[in-house]
Design a protein around this ligand. Sequence first.
Ligand code: ZN
Length: 277
Amino acid sequence: MALPSDLQTNTCAEACPDPTPSLPEQCQKHFTEPFERDKVISGGSTGIVVRLPCGHARKQSYPDDTPREREDRLLDFKREYEVYGRIVNRPHFLKMIEFSEQGGIILQGVEGHTLRYYLENQDTCIPLSKLIGWARDMAAALHTLHAFSIIHADVKPDNMLLDESHKVYLIDFSGSWIDGKPGSSVESVRFFLPRDIMSDSTVETDIFAYGSSLYEIMTSTQPYHDLDDEEVERLFEQGIFPSLELVPCGQIIKKCWTGEFRSIKDVQAALQEIRGS
Ligand SMILES: [Zn+2]
């Protein structure tokens, strides 16, 4: 696969591939460590994430899943495994440690919260330079995915993870589209480019969702957070979006919403030109 020139060499120090280390002894029980409710990090539609004693995180089925649900989840886990297999050692992604069809996926454990949680619960003002840094990192991550023929299909700050040092990671590829093969994800209303729900997820739909994510990063609220979903859907369909007059990066958000960027690379170029960062 031919990659864009900026992805062929790893310029970022953290992107240097480390030789696959053999798993330390405390990691031998990744898939047999029992499920404990107090170790649950998050529980979503694609499975439950638990913290293991070794510090790694296990994404697995729910203990009370029916065989049918287990089967669907296995497809999602396989999809996520395939994505992590492609983007090995790229910055702004977690490291995948292990995978098993029965047990799920073992990922690098991160102490922290989703970016949405952080934005919603932060009392003090977050410096604009920091917000722009996260926005640039997530655009870079999306660029990496697109370069590997992956459409995330659920870009939102709830799928961005902040660690203790405030590095940000793009997560959850369980519903992503790979090489044009449909995934199981679709964006929620405020991140969804108005279209036939059965139509393909594309670079354009990811860029629209990125625009709404950028709005949330800059304002700490989702677009039209005070309206109900049907109303937002109706407005978006008519091309009516929240006012961006006082929102940092407003012009970039607008262009993401109105389809004026042809690739995430163009979004990155626009973000590079923002001053004060
Ligand atoms: Zn481990």
